[in-house]
Write a new protein. Structure first.
Lengths: 519, 93
Protein backbone atom coordinates (compact mmCIF):
# COMPACT_ATOMS: atom_id res chain seq x y z
CA UNK A 1 0.00 0.00 0.00
CA UNK A 2 1.26 3.44 -0.88
CA UNK A 3 1.08 6.72 0.96
CA UNK A 4 -1.59 9.31 0.33
CA UNK A 5 -5.35 8.89 0.38
CA UNK A 6 -5.80 8.91 -3.39
CA UNK A 7 -3.01 6.37 -3.95
CA UNK A 8 -4.53 4.07 -1.37
CA UNK A 9 -7.94 4.34 -2.99
CA UNK A 10 -6.31 3.59 -6.38
CA UNK A 11 -4.70 0.47 -4.89
CA UNK A 12 -8.04 -0.63 -3.42
CA UNK A 13 -9.84 0.09 -6.71
CA UNK A 14 -7.32 -1.96 -8.70
CA UNK A 15 -7.32 -5.08 -6.57
CA UNK A 16 -10.94 -5.03 -5.46
CA UNK A 17 -12.02 -4.43 -9.06
CA UNK A 18 -9.75 -7.12 -10.49
CA UNK A 19 -10.60 -9.93 -8.06
CA UNK A 20 -14.35 -9.33 -8.10
CA UNK A 21 -14.36 -8.18 -11.75
CA UNK A 22 -14.29 -11.65 -13.32
CA UNK A 23 -17.31 -12.85 -11.41
CA UNK A 24 -19.05 -9.49 -11.82
CA UNK A 25 -18.61 -9.68 -15.60
CA UNK A 26 -20.49 -12.99 -15.69
CA UNK A 27 -23.12 -11.72 -13.22
CA UNK A 28 -23.62 -8.56 -15.26
CA UNK A 29 -23.85 -10.20 -18.67
CA UNK A 30 -26.34 -12.84 -17.50
CA UNK A 31 -28.30 -10.19 -15.60
CA UNK A 32 -28.48 -8.07 -18.74
CA UNK A 33 -29.81 -11.04 -20.71
CA UNK A 34 -32.28 -11.77 -17.89
CA UNK A 35 -33.99 -8.44 -18.67
CA UNK A 36 -35.44 -10.29 -21.66
CA UNK A 37 -36.00 -13.58 -19.86
CA UNK A 38 -39.60 -13.95 -21.10
CA UNK A 39 -38.80 -13.61 -24.81
CA UNK A 40 -35.83 -15.96 -24.32
CA UNK A 41 -38.06 -18.53 -22.61
CA UNK A 42 -40.56 -18.28 -25.45
CA UNK A 43 -37.82 -18.77 -28.04
CA UNK A 44 -36.41 -21.77 -26.17
CA UNK A 45 -39.78 -23.43 -25.62
CA UNK A 46 -40.13 -23.30 -29.40
CA UNK A 47 -43.90 -23.59 -29.57
CA UNK A 48 -45.24 -23.46 -33.10
CA UNK A 49 -45.80 -20.04 -34.65
CA UNK A 50 -49.49 -19.17 -34.59
CA UNK A 51 -50.86 -16.22 -36.52
CA UNK A 52 -51.44 -13.31 -34.18
CA UNK A 53 -55.10 -12.90 -33.25
CA UNK A 54 -55.50 -10.02 -30.86
CA UNK A 55 -59.23 -9.51 -30.44
CA UNK A 56 -60.12 -13.01 -31.65
CA UNK A 57 -63.23 -14.75 -30.41
CA UNK A 58 -62.37 -14.71 -26.71
CA UNK A 59 -65.81 -15.82 -25.56
CA UNK A 60 -65.53 -19.05 -27.51
CA UNK A 61 -61.94 -19.56 -26.35
CA UNK A 62 -62.81 -19.11 -22.66
CA UNK A 63 -65.84 -21.41 -22.97
CA UNK A 64 -63.69 -24.07 -24.62
CA UNK A 65 -61.07 -23.60 -21.90
CA UNK A 66 -63.68 -24.03 -19.14
CA UNK A 67 -65.06 -27.15 -20.80
CA UNK A 68 -61.59 -28.66 -21.18
CA UNK A 69 -60.64 -27.89 -17.57
CA UNK A 70 -63.92 -29.27 -16.18
CA UNK A 71 -63.45 -32.48 -18.09
CA UNK A 72 -59.73 -32.97 -17.31
CA UNK A 73 -59.11 -31.18 -14.02
CA UNK A 74 -62.42 -31.16 -12.15
CA UNK A 75 -60.73 -32.07 -8.86
CA UNK A 76 -57.80 -29.64 -9.09
CA UNK A 77 -57.53 -26.89 -6.49
CA UNK A 78 -56.79 -24.24 -9.06
CA UNK A 79 -56.85 -23.59 -12.80
CA UNK A 80 -54.86 -21.02 -14.73
CA UNK A 81 -55.68 -19.69 -18.17
CA UNK A 82 -53.07 -17.53 -19.94
CA UNK A 83 -54.66 -15.44 -22.65
CA UNK A 84 -52.42 -14.40 -25.53
CA UNK A 85 -50.72 -11.03 -25.04
CA UNK A 86 -49.28 -8.66 -27.60
CA UNK A 87 -48.13 -11.43 -29.87
CA UNK A 88 -49.88 -14.59 -30.99
CA UNK A 89 -49.16 -17.94 -29.46
CA UNK A 90 -51.61 -20.42 -28.04
CA UNK A 91 -53.86 -19.94 -25.03
CA UNK A 92 -52.16 -21.92 -22.25
CA UNK A 93 -54.06 -23.85 -19.61
CA UNK A 94 -52.47 -25.17 -16.44
CA UNK A 95 -53.88 -26.76 -13.34
CA UNK A 96 -52.76 -28.08 -9.95
CA UNK A 97 -50.62 -31.19 -10.28
CA UNK A 98 -48.68 -29.97 -13.30
CA UNK A 99 -51.32 -30.53 -15.97
CA UNK A 100 -51.01 -28.42 -19.13
CA UNK A 101 -52.83 -27.90 -22.41
CA UNK A 102 -52.77 -25.42 -25.28
CA UNK A 103 -55.71 -24.02 -27.25
CA UNK A 104 -55.90 -22.29 -30.61
CA UNK A 105 -56.27 -18.56 -29.79
CA UNK A 106 -58.75 -18.02 -32.64
CA UNK A 107 -61.19 -20.89 -32.24
CA UNK A 108 -60.48 -22.45 -28.85
CA UNK A 109 -59.81 -25.83 -30.45
CA UNK A 110 -57.43 -28.08 -28.48
CA UNK A 111 -53.95 -28.16 -30.02
CA UNK A 112 -52.43 -31.63 -30.18
CA UNK A 113 -49.23 -33.29 -31.32
CA UNK A 114 -46.48 -31.04 -32.64
CA UNK A 115 -48.61 -27.93 -32.29
CA UNK A 116 -48.94 -28.24 -28.50
CA UNK A 117 -45.41 -29.41 -27.85
CA UNK A 118 -42.94 -27.18 -26.08
CA UNK A 119 -39.36 -27.95 -25.11
CA UNK A 120 -38.83 -28.50 -21.41
CA UNK A 121 -36.44 -25.73 -20.47
CA UNK A 122 -35.50 -23.26 -17.78
CA UNK A 123 -35.34 -20.71 -20.59
CA UNK A 124 -34.45 -17.15 -19.62
CA UNK A 125 -34.97 -17.99 -15.94
CA UNK A 126 -31.59 -19.75 -16.02
CA UNK A 127 -29.86 -16.42 -16.69
CA UNK A 128 -31.75 -14.90 -13.75
CA UNK A 129 -30.89 -17.74 -11.31
CA UNK A 130 -27.27 -17.74 -12.45
CA UNK A 131 -27.22 -13.96 -12.03
CA UNK A 132 -28.11 -14.09 -8.34
CA UNK A 133 -26.78 -17.47 -7.19
CA UNK A 134 -24.52 -18.79 -9.96
CA UNK A 135 -26.57 -22.05 -10.02
CA UNK A 136 -24.68 -22.99 -6.85
CA UNK A 137 -27.32 -22.64 -4.10
CA UNK A 138 -26.33 -20.94 -0.84
CA UNK A 139 -22.56 -20.63 -1.48
CA UNK A 140 -23.28 -19.08 -4.88
CA UNK A 141 -25.75 -16.71 -3.31
CA UNK A 142 -23.19 -15.45 -0.78
CA UNK A 143 -20.51 -15.26 -3.48
CA UNK A 144 -22.77 -12.92 -5.47
CA UNK A 145 -23.30 -10.88 -2.30
CA UNK A 146 -19.53 -10.63 -1.80
CA UNK A 147 -19.01 -9.58 -5.43
CA UNK A 148 -21.75 -6.95 -5.07
CA UNK A 149 -20.09 -5.48 -1.98
CA UNK A 150 -16.77 -5.39 -3.86
CA UNK A 151 -18.52 -3.57 -6.68
CA UNK A 152 -19.87 -0.93 -4.28
CA UNK A 153 -16.37 -0.47 -2.83
CA UNK A 154 -14.81 -0.33 -6.33
CA UNK A 155 -17.39 2.23 -7.49
CA UNK A 156 -16.84 4.57 -4.55
CA UNK A 157 -13.04 4.25 -4.65
CA UNK A 158 -13.15 4.68 -8.45
CA UNK A 159 -15.02 7.97 -8.11
CA UNK A 160 -12.49 9.13 -5.49
CA UNK A 161 -9.56 8.29 -7.79
CA UNK A 162 -10.99 10.27 -10.70
CA UNK A 163 -10.74 13.90 -9.76
CA UNK A 164 -11.46 14.99 -13.34
CA UNK A 165 -14.62 12.94 -13.68
CA UNK A 166 -16.41 15.42 -15.93
CA UNK A 167 -13.52 16.09 -18.31
CA UNK A 168 -12.70 12.38 -18.44
CA UNK A 169 -16.14 11.73 -19.80
CA UNK A 170 -15.38 13.83 -22.88
CA UNK A 171 -11.92 12.39 -23.35
CA UNK A 172 -11.37 9.53 -25.73
CA UNK A 173 -8.05 8.89 -27.38
CA UNK A 174 -8.54 5.84 -29.62
CA UNK A 175 -5.68 3.74 -30.92
CA UNK A 176 -3.33 4.83 -28.12
CA UNK A 177 -3.04 1.50 -26.29
CA UNK A 178 -3.18 1.86 -22.54
CA UNK A 179 -4.61 5.43 -22.68
CA UNK A 180 -7.50 4.27 -24.87
CA UNK A 181 -8.38 1.45 -22.48
CA UNK A 182 -8.36 3.89 -19.57
CA UNK A 183 -10.53 6.36 -21.50
CA UNK A 184 -12.99 3.62 -22.46
CA UNK A 185 -13.10 2.43 -18.84
CA UNK A 186 -13.79 5.98 -17.63
CA UNK A 187 -16.35 6.85 -20.29
CA UNK A 188 -18.45 3.69 -19.80
CA UNK A 189 -18.23 4.00 -16.02
CA UNK A 190 -19.22 7.67 -15.91
CA UNK A 191 -22.04 7.26 -18.41
CA UNK A 192 -23.52 4.31 -16.53
CA UNK A 193 -22.56 5.45 -13.01
CA UNK A 194 -26.07 6.27 -11.70
CA UNK A 195 -27.37 3.01 -13.14
CA UNK A 196 -24.46 1.02 -11.66
CA UNK A 197 -24.99 2.44 -8.15
CA UNK A 198 -28.73 1.86 -8.41
CA UNK A 199 -28.50 -1.69 -9.72
CA UNK A 200 -25.90 -2.93 -7.23
CA UNK A 201 -27.60 -1.30 -4.25
CA UNK A 202 -31.10 -2.52 -5.18
CA UNK A 203 -29.55 -5.93 -5.86
CA UNK A 204 -28.25 -6.11 -2.28
CA UNK A 205 -31.44 -4.56 -0.86
CA UNK A 206 -33.49 -7.14 -2.81
CA UNK A 207 -32.32 -9.79 -0.31
CA UNK A 208 -31.72 -7.53 2.69
CA UNK A 209 -33.42 -9.89 5.15
CA UNK A 210 -31.07 -12.70 4.05
CA UNK A 211 -27.81 -10.79 3.69
CA UNK A 212 -28.36 -8.80 6.88
CA UNK A 213 -30.91 -10.73 9.00
CA UNK A 214 -29.56 -9.63 12.39
CA UNK A 215 -31.64 -6.46 12.99
CA UNK A 216 -34.83 -8.35 12.15
CA UNK A 217 -33.83 -11.27 14.35
CA UNK A 218 -33.01 -9.00 17.31
CA UNK A 219 -36.40 -7.26 17.15
CA UNK A 220 -38.74 -10.08 16.06
CA UNK A 221 -36.93 -13.28 17.01
CA UNK A 222 -35.62 -16.05 14.76
CA UNK A 223 -38.89 -16.79 12.91
CA UNK A 224 -40.18 -13.26 13.02
CA UNK A 225 -40.29 -12.54 9.28
CA UNK A 226 -44.08 -12.99 8.77
CA UNK A 227 -44.88 -10.78 11.77
CA UNK A 228 -42.41 -8.14 10.57
CA UNK A 229 -43.94 -8.19 7.09
CA UNK A 230 -47.52 -7.83 8.34
CA UNK A 231 -46.53 -4.97 10.67
CA UNK A 232 -44.75 -3.22 7.82
CA UNK A 233 -47.70 -3.58 5.47
CA UNK A 234 -50.60 -1.81 7.13
CA UNK A 235 -53.03 -2.78 4.36
CA UNK A 236 -55.58 -5.53 4.74
CA UNK A 237 -54.40 -8.73 3.12
CA UNK A 238 -55.90 -9.89 -0.16
CA UNK A 239 -59.28 -11.59 -0.23
CA UNK A 240 -58.73 -15.25 0.49
CA UNK A 241 -61.41 -17.74 1.28
CA UNK A 242 -61.38 -20.90 3.32
CA UNK A 243 -61.50 -24.26 1.60
CA UNK A 244 -64.87 -25.80 2.29
CA UNK A 245 -63.41 -29.28 1.67
CA UNK A 246 -63.66 -31.35 -1.49
CA UNK A 247 -67.08 -32.68 -0.51
CA UNK A 248 -68.59 -29.21 -0.04
CA UNK A 249 -71.54 -27.98 -2.05
CA UNK A 250 -70.91 -28.03 -5.78
CA UNK A 251 -71.38 -24.72 -7.56
CA UNK A 252 -71.88 -24.23 -11.28
CA UNK A 253 -69.11 -22.35 -13.01
CA UNK A 254 -69.95 -18.82 -14.08
CA UNK A 255 -69.24 -17.69 -17.64
CA UNK A 256 -65.56 -16.67 -17.55
CA UNK A 257 -65.92 -14.54 -20.69
CA UNK A 258 -68.49 -12.30 -18.99
CA UNK A 259 -66.30 -11.97 -15.88
CA UNK A 260 -63.23 -11.16 -17.99
CA UNK A 261 -65.23 -8.47 -19.79
CA UNK A 262 -66.41 -7.01 -16.49
CA UNK A 263 -62.88 -7.08 -15.06
CA UNK A 264 -61.52 -5.26 -18.10
CA UNK A 265 -64.00 -2.45 -17.53
CA UNK A 266 -63.12 -2.25 -13.83
CA UNK A 267 -59.34 -2.33 -14.41
CA UNK A 268 -59.41 -0.31 -17.62
CA UNK A 269 -56.80 -2.77 -18.88
CA UNK A 270 -56.86 -5.90 -21.03
CA UNK A 271 -57.23 -9.23 -19.24
CA UNK A 272 -54.17 -11.44 -19.61
CA UNK A 273 -54.69 -14.25 -17.13
CA UNK A 274 -57.65 -15.91 -15.41
CA UNK A 275 -57.11 -17.96 -12.25
CA UNK A 276 -59.89 -20.07 -10.76
CA UNK A 277 -59.32 -21.11 -7.13
CA UNK A 278 -61.39 -24.01 -5.73
CA UNK A 279 -63.20 -24.52 -9.05
CA UNK A 280 -66.76 -25.85 -8.66
CA UNK A 281 -66.77 -25.51 -4.86
CA UNK A 282 -68.63 -23.08 -2.62
CA UNK A 283 -65.43 -21.19 -1.81
CA UNK A 284 -64.59 -20.63 -5.48
CA UNK A 285 -62.76 -17.35 -6.27
CA UNK A 286 -62.02 -16.18 -9.79
CA UNK A 287 -59.22 -13.70 -10.31
CA UNK A 288 -58.68 -11.84 -13.56
CA UNK A 289 -55.23 -10.26 -13.94
CA UNK A 290 -54.12 -7.40 -16.16
CA UNK A 291 -50.77 -7.24 -18.02
CA UNK A 292 -47.70 -8.12 -15.94
CA UNK A 293 -45.68 -5.34 -17.58
CA UNK A 294 -48.02 -2.42 -17.24
CA UNK A 295 -46.51 0.42 -19.24
CA UNK A 296 -49.47 2.63 -18.31
CA UNK A 297 -49.05 2.34 -14.55
CA UNK A 298 -48.20 5.60 -12.82
CA UNK A 299 -46.54 3.89 -9.86
CA UNK A 300 -43.44 1.73 -9.74
CA UNK A 301 -44.55 -0.79 -7.11
CA UNK A 302 -47.63 -3.03 -7.10
CA UNK A 303 -48.43 -2.49 -10.77
CA UNK A 304 -50.29 -5.76 -11.30
CA UNK A 305 -54.01 -5.01 -11.66
CA UNK A 306 -56.54 -7.67 -10.78
CA UNK A 307 -60.20 -8.19 -10.02
CA UNK A 308 -61.43 -10.99 -7.74
CA UNK A 309 -64.95 -12.42 -8.09
CA UNK A 310 -66.94 -14.67 -5.80
CA UNK A 311 -67.36 -17.80 -7.89
CA UNK A 312 -70.77 -18.71 -6.47
CA UNK A 313 -72.50 -15.34 -6.76
CA UNK A 314 -70.37 -13.49 -9.29
CA UNK A 315 -70.02 -10.55 -6.87
CA UNK A 316 -66.86 -8.42 -7.06
CA UNK A 317 -64.67 -9.14 -4.01
CA UNK A 318 -61.69 -6.89 -4.69
CA UNK A 319 -60.39 -4.54 -7.37
CA UNK A 320 -56.65 -3.78 -7.47
CA UNK A 321 -55.23 -1.19 -9.81
CA UNK A 322 -52.01 0.81 -9.59
CA UNK A 323 -53.24 4.15 -8.29
CA UNK A 324 -50.69 6.75 -7.25
CA UNK A 325 -53.20 8.48 -4.96
CA UNK A 326 -53.35 5.42 -2.71
CA UNK A 327 -51.51 5.75 0.58
CA UNK A 328 -48.12 4.05 0.42
CA UNK A 329 -46.88 1.96 3.31
CA UNK A 330 -43.31 1.21 4.39
CA UNK A 331 -43.70 -2.21 2.78
CA UNK A 332 -43.66 -0.41 -0.58
CA UNK A 333 -40.01 0.57 -0.06
CA UNK A 334 -38.83 -2.96 -0.72
CA UNK A 335 -41.37 -3.36 -3.55
CA UNK A 336 -39.95 -0.27 -5.26
CA UNK A 337 -36.37 -1.59 -4.88
CA UNK A 338 -37.45 -4.87 -6.42
CA UNK A 339 -39.28 -3.17 -9.27
CA UNK A 340 -36.24 -0.94 -9.90
CA UNK A 341 -33.91 -3.92 -10.03
CA UNK A 342 -36.16 -6.04 -12.23
CA UNK A 343 -37.16 -3.19 -14.61
CA UNK A 344 -40.75 -4.09 -13.79
CA UNK A 345 -42.03 -0.69 -14.92
CA UNK A 346 -41.99 1.47 -18.03
CA UNK A 347 -42.64 -1.36 -20.47
CA UNK A 348 -40.34 -2.34 -23.35
CA UNK A 349 -38.50 1.02 -23.72
CA UNK A 350 -37.34 0.75 -20.09
CA UNK A 351 -36.23 -2.86 -20.65
CA UNK A 352 -34.10 -1.76 -23.61
CA UNK A 353 -32.61 1.05 -21.50
CA UNK A 354 -31.70 -1.48 -18.79
CA UNK A 355 -30.28 -3.80 -21.42
CA UNK A 356 -28.08 -1.03 -22.87
CA UNK A 357 -26.97 0.13 -19.40
CA UNK A 358 -26.19 -3.45 -18.41
CA UNK A 359 -24.00 -3.86 -21.48
CA UNK A 360 -22.23 -0.58 -20.66
CA UNK A 361 -21.60 -1.88 -17.14
CA UNK A 362 -20.20 -5.14 -18.52
CA UNK A 363 -17.96 -3.13 -20.87
CA UNK A 364 -16.79 -1.02 -17.93
CA UNK A 365 -15.69 -4.14 -16.02
CA UNK A 366 -14.15 -5.73 -19.09
CA UNK A 367 -12.09 -2.64 -19.97
CA UNK A 368 -11.03 -2.32 -16.33
CA UNK A 369 -9.64 -5.85 -16.05
CA UNK A 370 -8.04 -5.62 -19.52
CA UNK A 371 -6.44 -2.31 -18.50
CA UNK A 372 -4.78 -4.13 -15.59
CA UNK A 373 -3.03 -6.48 -18.02
CA UNK A 374 -2.24 -3.89 -20.71
CA UNK A 375 -0.50 -1.72 -18.09
CA UNK A 376 1.61 -4.63 -16.86
CA UNK A 377 2.41 -6.02 -20.31
CA UNK A 378 4.40 -2.82 -20.88
CA UNK A 379 6.12 -2.81 -17.54
CA UNK A 380 5.74 -5.48 -14.88
CA UNK A 381 4.91 -4.06 -11.45
CA UNK A 382 6.57 -7.13 -9.80
CA UNK A 383 3.80 -7.37 -7.20
CA UNK A 384 4.33 -11.07 -6.65
CA UNK A 385 8.12 -11.38 -6.69
CA UNK A 386 9.32 -14.34 -8.74
CA UNK A 387 5.75 -15.60 -9.24
CA UNK A 388 4.68 -12.36 -10.98
CA UNK A 389 4.84 -13.66 -14.57
CA UNK A 390 2.82 -16.74 -13.65
CA UNK A 391 0.17 -14.70 -11.84
CA UNK A 392 -0.18 -12.34 -14.84
CA UNK A 393 -0.66 -15.37 -17.06
CA UNK A 394 -3.54 -16.61 -14.87
CA UNK A 395 -5.05 -13.10 -14.75
CA UNK A 396 -5.01 -12.94 -18.57
CA UNK A 397 -6.71 -16.33 -18.81
CA UNK A 398 -9.36 -15.37 -16.28
CA UNK A 399 -10.02 -12.17 -18.25
CA UNK A 400 -10.65 -14.19 -21.42
CA UNK A 401 -12.91 -16.70 -19.66
CA UNK A 402 -14.81 -13.99 -17.77
CA UNK A 403 -15.69 -12.01 -20.89
CA UNK A 404 -15.40 -13.98 -24.12
CA UNK A 405 -15.98 -17.21 -22.19
CA UNK A 406 -19.20 -16.07 -20.51
CA UNK A 407 -20.54 -14.82 -23.84
CA UNK A 408 -19.65 -18.16 -25.44
CA UNK A 409 -21.35 -20.11 -22.62
CA UNK A 410 -24.49 -17.97 -22.94
CA UNK A 411 -24.90 -18.56 -26.65
CA UNK A 412 -23.91 -22.21 -26.15
CA UNK A 413 -26.89 -22.53 -23.80
CA UNK A 414 -29.21 -21.67 -26.70
CA UNK A 415 -27.50 -24.36 -28.81
CA UNK A 416 -27.91 -26.94 -26.05
CA UNK A 417 -31.62 -26.12 -26.01
CA UNK A 418 -32.00 -26.92 -29.71
CA UNK A 419 -29.57 -29.84 -29.92
CA UNK A 420 -30.53 -31.92 -26.85
CA UNK A 421 -33.28 -34.47 -27.64
CA UNK A 422 -36.79 -33.15 -26.96
CA UNK A 423 -37.83 -36.40 -25.25
CA UNK A 424 -35.13 -36.30 -22.54
CA UNK A 425 -36.67 -36.08 -19.08
CA UNK A 426 -33.80 -34.07 -17.56
CA UNK A 427 -33.13 -31.92 -20.58
CA UNK A 428 -33.60 -28.59 -18.78
CA UNK A 429 -30.95 -29.70 -16.27
CA UNK A 430 -28.56 -30.71 -19.06
CA UNK A 431 -29.00 -27.36 -20.78
CA UNK A 432 -27.70 -25.66 -17.63
CA UNK A 433 -24.91 -28.24 -17.29
CA UNK A 434 -23.90 -27.51 -20.88
CA UNK A 435 -23.66 -23.82 -20.00
CA UNK A 436 -21.48 -24.50 -16.95
CA UNK A 437 -19.22 -27.06 -18.67
CA UNK A 438 -18.72 -24.77 -21.64
CA UNK A 439 -17.77 -21.97 -19.28
CA UNK A 440 -15.17 -24.19 -17.56
CA UNK A 441 -13.85 -25.27 -20.97
CA UNK A 442 -13.29 -21.64 -22.00
CA UNK A 443 -11.14 -21.19 -18.88
CA UNK A 444 -9.05 -24.29 -19.68
CA UNK A 445 -8.72 -23.14 -23.28
CA UNK A 446 -7.61 -19.68 -22.13
CA UNK A 447 -4.99 -21.23 -19.84
CA UNK A 448 -3.67 -23.46 -22.61
CA UNK A 449 -3.40 -20.92 -25.44
CA UNK A 450 -1.34 -17.71 -25.69
CA UNK A 451 -3.53 -14.84 -24.36
CA UNK A 452 -4.16 -12.95 -27.60
CA UNK A 453 -4.81 -16.18 -29.54
CA UNK A 454 -7.28 -17.24 -26.82
CA UNK A 455 -9.11 -13.91 -27.20
CA UNK A 456 -9.35 -14.24 -30.99
CA UNK A 457 -10.47 -17.87 -30.90
CA UNK A 458 -13.14 -17.46 -28.23
CA UNK A 459 -14.50 -14.21 -29.67
CA UNK A 460 -14.67 -15.76 -33.15
CA UNK A 461 -16.38 -18.88 -31.84
CA UNK A 462 -18.93 -16.73 -30.01
CA UNK A 463 -19.51 -14.63 -33.13
CA UNK A 464 -19.99 -17.71 -35.33
CA UNK A 465 -22.48 -19.27 -32.89
CA UNK A 466 -24.46 -16.01 -32.57
CA UNK A 467 -24.59 -15.44 -36.32
CA UNK A 468 -25.64 -19.04 -37.01
CA UNK A 469 -28.43 -19.08 -34.38
CA UNK A 470 -31.29 -18.39 -36.85
CA UNK A 471 -29.93 -21.17 -39.09
CA UNK A 472 -29.78 -23.61 -36.16
CA UNK A 473 -33.35 -22.74 -35.26
CA UNK A 474 -34.50 -23.34 -38.84
CA UNK A 475 -32.69 -26.69 -39.08
CA UNK A 476 -33.98 -28.03 -35.75
CA UNK A 477 -37.51 -26.63 -35.50
CA UNK A 478 -38.27 -25.24 -38.98
CA UNK A 479 -39.01 -21.85 -37.42
CA UNK A 480 -37.24 -18.76 -38.66
CA UNK A 481 -36.98 -15.01 -38.33
CA UNK A 482 -39.32 -14.23 -41.22
CA UNK A 483 -42.03 -16.54 -39.90
CA UNK A 484 -41.86 -14.89 -36.49
CA UNK A 485 -41.98 -11.43 -38.03
CA UNK A 486 -44.83 -12.43 -40.35
CA UNK A 487 -46.89 -13.71 -37.41
CA UNK A 488 -46.18 -10.52 -35.45
CA UNK A 489 -44.15 -12.49 -32.87
CA UNK A 490 -41.58 -9.75 -32.27
CA UNK A 491 -40.41 -11.20 -28.98
CA UNK A 492 -38.98 -14.32 -30.56
CA UNK A 493 -37.84 -12.41 -33.65
CA UNK A 494 -36.11 -10.00 -31.27
CA UNK A 495 -34.12 -12.82 -29.63
CA UNK A 496 -32.62 -13.78 -33.00
CA UNK A 497 -32.05 -10.17 -34.07
CA UNK A 498 -30.19 -9.43 -30.82
CA UNK A 499 -28.15 -12.62 -31.29
CA UNK A 500 -27.20 -11.42 -34.78
CA UNK A 501 -26.19 -8.01 -33.40
CA UNK A 502 -24.06 -9.70 -30.72
CA UNK A 503 -22.51 -11.85 -33.47
CA UNK A 504 -21.47 -8.78 -35.47
CA UNK A 505 -20.08 -7.05 -32.36
CA UNK A 506 -18.07 -10.12 -31.31
CA UNK A 507 -16.74 -10.53 -34.86
CA UNK A 508 -15.56 -6.91 -34.93
CA UNK A 509 -13.81 -7.41 -31.57
CA UNK A 510 -12.18 -10.64 -32.76
CA UNK A 511 -10.90 -8.85 -35.88
CA UNK A 512 -9.40 -6.00 -33.90
CA UNK A 513 -7.53 -8.37 -31.59
CA UNK A 514 -6.45 -10.39 -34.63
CA UNK A 515 -4.91 -7.24 -36.15
CA UNK A 516 -2.84 -6.87 -33.00
CA UNK A 517 -1.47 -10.40 -33.34
CA UNK A 518 -0.51 -10.00 -37.02
CA UNK A 519 0.06 -6.28 -37.60
CA UNK B 1 7.27 -6.49 -1.35
CA UNK B 2 8.25 -7.93 1.99
CA UNK B 3 6.58 -10.73 3.92
CA UNK B 4 5.49 -8.11 6.42
CA UNK B 5 3.65 -6.23 3.68
CA UNK B 6 1.85 -9.42 2.61
CA UNK B 7 0.70 -10.11 6.16
CA UNK B 8 -0.52 -6.55 6.42
CA UNK B 9 -2.63 -6.84 3.25
CA UNK B 10 -4.03 -10.18 4.43
CA UNK B 11 -4.82 -8.65 7.84
CA UNK B 12 -6.65 -5.72 6.29
CA UNK B 13 -8.58 -8.09 4.02
CA UNK B 14 -9.72 -10.07 7.07
CA UNK B 15 -10.56 -6.90 9.02
CA UNK B 16 -12.55 -5.45 6.11
CA UNK B 17 -14.40 -8.65 5.21
CA UNK B 18 -15.12 -10.46 8.47
CA UNK B 19 -14.69 -7.59 10.91
CA UNK B 20 -16.69 -5.28 8.65
CA UNK B 21 -19.61 -7.69 8.48
CA UNK B 22 -19.59 -8.24 12.24
CA UNK B 23 -19.45 -4.55 13.05
CA UNK B 24 -22.13 -3.74 10.46
CA UNK B 25 -24.42 -6.41 11.91
CA UNK B 26 -23.99 -5.04 15.45
CA UNK B 27 -24.42 -1.42 14.37
CA UNK B 28 -27.59 -2.08 12.33
CA UNK B 29 -29.07 -4.15 15.14
CA UNK B 30 -28.60 -1.40 17.70
CA UNK B 31 -29.91 1.16 15.21
CA UNK B 32 -33.01 -0.98 14.57
CA UNK B 33 -33.62 -1.15 18.32
CA UNK B 34 -33.03 2.59 18.81
CA UNK B 35 -34.94 4.07 15.84
CA UNK B 36 -38.46 3.43 17.23
CA UNK B 37 -37.58 5.92 19.99
CA UNK B 38 -37.96 8.64 17.37
CA UNK B 39 -41.53 9.93 17.00
CA UNK B 40 -43.46 8.32 14.14
CA UNK B 41 -41.07 5.42 13.56
CA UNK B 42 -42.55 1.98 14.10
CA UNK B 43 -40.69 -1.16 15.17
CA UNK B 44 -40.88 -2.57 11.64
CA UNK B 45 -39.69 0.66 10.04
CA UNK B 46 -36.69 0.70 12.37
CA UNK B 47 -35.68 -2.75 11.14
CA UNK B 48 -36.25 -1.73 7.50
CA UNK B 49 -34.18 1.46 7.67
CA UNK B 50 -31.35 -0.09 9.71
CA UNK B 51 -31.07 -3.17 7.45
CA UNK B 52 -31.08 -1.12 4.27
CA UNK B 53 -28.43 1.25 5.64
CA UNK B 54 -26.18 -1.66 6.62
CA UNK B 55 -24.75 -1.96 3.07
CA UNK B 56 -23.66 1.68 3.25
CA UNK B 57 -22.01 1.15 6.66
CA UNK B 58 -20.17 -1.88 5.32
CA UNK B 59 -18.88 -0.01 2.26
CA UNK B 60 -17.67 2.95 4.31
CA UNK B 61 -15.92 0.65 6.78
CA UNK B 62 -14.06 -1.20 4.01
CA UNK B 63 -12.91 2.12 2.55
CA UNK B 64 -11.70 3.21 5.97
CA UNK B 65 -9.75 -0.02 6.53
CA UNK B 66 -7.81 0.44 3.30
CA UNK B 67 -7.36 4.21 3.64
CA UNK B 68 -5.91 4.28 7.15
CA UNK B 69 -2.18 4.22 7.93
CA UNK B 70 -2.53 2.13 11.04
CA UNK B 71 -4.69 -0.97 10.66
CA UNK B 72 -4.06 -1.73 14.35
CA UNK B 73 -6.00 1.34 15.36
CA UNK B 74 -8.98 0.24 13.22
CA UNK B 75 -8.82 -3.26 14.75
CA UNK B 76 -8.89 -1.70 18.21
CA UNK B 77 -11.79 0.65 17.38
CA UNK B 78 -13.79 -2.07 15.60
CA UNK B 79 -13.42 -4.58 18.43
CA UNK B 80 -14.29 -2.05 21.15
CA UNK B 81 -17.25 -0.78 19.10
CA UNK B 82 -18.49 -4.38 18.68
CA UNK B 83 -18.20 -5.01 22.43
CA UNK B 84 -19.94 -1.74 23.23
CA UNK B 85 -22.82 -2.39 20.80
CA UNK B 86 -23.15 -5.94 22.07
CA UNK B 87 -23.28 -4.60 25.61
CA UNK B 88 -26.11 -2.23 24.67
CA UNK B 89 -28.11 -5.18 23.32
CA UNK B 90 -27.38 -7.29 26.39
CA UNK B 91 -28.56 -4.47 28.66
CA UNK B 92 -31.89 -4.32 26.82
CA UNK B 93 -32.91 -7.84 27.82
Amino acid sequence: MKDGFRQQMAWLHTWCGLTAGWLLCAIFLTGTLAVFRQPITQWMEARPVVQSTVGGDRTAVLRAATAHLEANAGKARFWRIELPGENGGPVLLAWQGGGQAALDPATGALLTGDLARSRKTEGGRHFMSFHYMLQADTPGYWLVGWASMCMLVALVSGVVVHRRIFQDFFTFRPGKGQRSWLDAHNATAVLALPFLFMIVYTGLAFFYTSYMPWPLEAVYGVDGYPRYQSELDGRASAARRVDGGAGAVAVTLPDLATLAQQAETLMARPARRVVVEQPGRAAMVIRVFGPADDARAETIANTLSSVAFDGATGAVLEVKTPRPQDATTSADVHEVFKALHLARFGGWPMKWLYFASGLLGTAMMATGTILFCVKRRKKSAQEFGRATAGVYRVVEALNVAAMAGTALACIGYFYANRLLPVEWADRSLWEIRAFLWLWLLTLLHALARPPLRAWVEQLSAGAALCLALPLLNYLTTGQHLLAYAWAGDWQRAGVELVALAFGVALAVMARRVQNKVVP
Amino acid sequence: MTARYRWEVAGRFLLAGVGGYGLTAQLSTVLALALPWLPGVSRAEGVLVASLLSFTFYTLFVLWVFATHSAWRVWLIAISACLLLYGVQALRT
